[in-house]
Every structure is written in C-alpha cells, then in structure tokens.
Design a protein around this ligand. Structure first.
Ligand SMILES: C[S@@+](CC[C@H](N)C(=O)[O-])C[C@H]1O[C@@H](n2cnc3c(N)ncnc32)[C@H](O)[C@@H]1O
Length: 191
C-alpha cells in the first residue's frame, strides 16, 4: 500500500513536480497509483503485452513501454525524481528487486525518491522459500541468514548508495500488507 509513501514523499517534495517511473507497472491501478496518479510526468515499464492497453487507458499521458525493466534500466537515458519498484514478491528468476541495483542509481536525478518493498522475514510471506531466493537474499544483504532484521536491511541500502556515489538523506518504512512486507521509501542525493 503506497498511500503512506505518497503522503510522506509529497511533504518533502510535491509529487506534482516530479518525473516518475513505475518500473513494474502492470495496469498501474493497484498500489502504484497512489503515487503515480499525482506526478507531473509518468513513464511506465511493463514486460507483459497483455497489460499494455489497460495501462495506456489508465494513464493516457504516460510514456508506456513494453520491455524487460532489468534491461531497460541499463539503456534508458531518462532520469527521474521518483522511481516506484513494485516487483512480484514471489519471483525466482529475479529475486525481489535486487537485480535493479546498482543500475538504479544511474537513472536518478541529483535529488530523487525511491519506493520499494522489503521483506525482513520471507517465511512470514510464504512457508517455503526457494533455495535460490535464500541464497540471493544472503548475498544481496551480506547476511549469514535469509531472515534479515529491518534495521540491517535499511543499513545495507545506505551502504549500497554510498558505494555508488550517493547518500540516503532520509528514509521511512511502513507496513505494506501486515504480512511481513514493508514499504521502504528513500530520498537519495548524488554525493
Ligand atoms: C506487482 S505487479 C505491479 C503492480 C503495479 N505496480 C500496480 O500498482 O498496478 C508486478 C508487475 O511486474 C511485471 N514484471 C515482471 N517482470 C518484469 C520485467 N522483467 N520487466 C518489466 N515488468 C515485469 C509483471 O508482469 C507485473 O505486471
């Protein structure tokens, strides 16, 4: 649920001044819309052609692209004030949003906001966690366990930003669905 994120971020920088990217857009009308319906310009990426017509209908002024976002993030020359990362939570080809990093930093304006979902305990969300998901979570968070406490997760993003020439100036976490998923919003500056 991105309503909290929309209100918190809007207080720091008005959403209606922002160029935004919905990186996993689907038809755009679930959670992302709390944010994306309020921005100045919207770019929306989605891999499934089946979602294109409804996505365009829901956001007639958006720049919609049917593409693989993991590839598009490497080649786009656009930069954004706001990036919304509403990935599938159960994927195993790309686990969570991890493969978007560190490329994500190259598509941010000098001051930008990122909204993403983080999962401290994947077993709260699903009883069985695939081996590749366990492995990737440990790698990405530099953790000996695939259960990663929220403060540790947040610290990892600060470290990741610093390693890539950025700093996290502000962040906030709020429960997303009561099922162990949290919305993590960050304000990121070029260092
Ligand atoms: C959780 S849904 C997004 C919901 C959307 N943000 C909303 O609020 O309506 C995730 C979407 O990501 C898309 N997706 C999955 N892998 C993708 C990829 N590699 N590139 C682009 N989109 C992808 C899925 O097809 C799905 O529509």
């Amino acid at each position: 649920m991105y309503q909290v994120a929309a209100d918190k971020i809007n207080k720091r920088q008005p959403l209606d001044t922002m160029d935004a990217l919905d990186i996993f857009a689907r038809e755009g009308d679930w959670h992302s819309a709390y944010l994306t319906s309020r921005v100045k310009n919207l770019t929306a990426w989605e891999v499934k052609e089946a979602h294109e017509a409804k996505l365009r209908q829901n956001f007639p002024e958006a720049d919609v692209k049917i593409c693989d976002s993991y590839e598009e993030i490497k080649r786009t020359d656009k930069i954004f004030d706001l990036v919304v990362i509403d990935n599938n939570l159960l994927g195993t080809t790309h686990v969570e949003h991890f493969d978007l990093y560190p490329q994500l930093f190259r598509i941010l304006k000098p001051r930008a906001f990122v909204v993403q979902n983080v999962i401290p305990d994947p077993y709260m969300y699903r009883p069985m966690v695939a081996d590749e998901v366990q492995k990737r979570r440990k790698e990405f968070y530099s953790s000996s366990s695939d259960i990663v406490p929220l403060p540790y997760i947040i610290r990892r993003y600060h470290i990741l930003a610093t390693k890539n020439g950025h700093i996290v100036r502000w962040d906030h976490v709020s429960p997303w669905n009561g099922g162990g998923v949290f919305t993590h919003m960050m304000e990121i500056l070029h260092a």
